[in-house]
Design a protein around this ligand. Structure first.
Ligand SMILES: Cc1cc2nc3c(=O)[nH]c(=O)nc-3n(C[C@H](O)[C@H](O)[C@H](O)COP(=O)(O)O)c2cc1C
Length: 169
């Protein structure tokens, strides 16, 4: 099994984030999970959703050493689909604490996609702080975009850097 998993959180399966992820795939080996195809409901304090797709997904995720999140920028932050996933990580600190413990010392990284270079570092703060809270090692992030439906060279260089970050860590 590859040691990394990419958790993909776009609202469209063949959009810009997907194009970037496919490019990354050419230089980095990873298994891919598309959150858009899963039944993961909003966090529920009563955990009545414990039988949806979240916990089986997490049982799979803890088998990997590196966890990469790929998300479009929607309203200055991560996609709603990915935010629901992060909210549900609370399940791993309450009803499935063993799963939460197993996230410790795993590596997290993030790839964001919008329409241009105008990204602020604060975008990555929720990921950095979540990694810290979960005892994970945050290894880095890149911001990406397309121009006329193509990946510009500056972004290709970032993708190369991002891929190397995972193979050297
Ligand atoms: C609901 C929605 C909200 C968006 N909000 C932002 C934003 O706040 N900042 C930004 O730069 N782009 C924003 N965009 C543009 C997307 O980040 C951009 O088109 C991205 O490449 C879409 O990736 P996708 O094809 O994987 O959805 C938004 C797009 C959508 C659909």
């Amino acid at each position: 099994m590859t040691k990394r998993i990419l958790i993909f959180g776009s609202s469209r399966n063949d959009g810009n984030t997907s194009t970037i992820v496919n490019c990354l795939k050419q230089s980095l080996d990873f298994d891919l999970i598309n959150l858009n195809g899963l039944n993961i409901s909003h966090f529920d304090y009563k955990h009545q959703n414990r039988d949806d797709d979240f916990l089986p997904l997490m049982r799979k995720v803890i088998g990997y050493q590196q966890i990469i999140f790929a998300t479009p920028v929607y309203w200055y932050t991560m996609s709603g689909i990915l935010k629901v996933f992060f909210d549900r990580l609370t399940d791993c600190l309450t009803i499935e604490k063993d799963l939460g413990r197993k996230l410790r010392n795993k590596q997290m990284s993030v790839l964001s996609t919008s329409n241009d270079d105008s990204q602020n570092e604060e975008f990555f703060l929720p990921f950095i702080l979540s990694a810290e809270y979960l005892g994970m090692d945050y290894i880095g992030n890149i911001h990406t975009w397309l121009e006329n439906e193509k990946i510009p060279n500056v972004v290709k260089n970032r993708i190369t850097y991002f891929a190397k970050l995972h193979s050297t860590n």
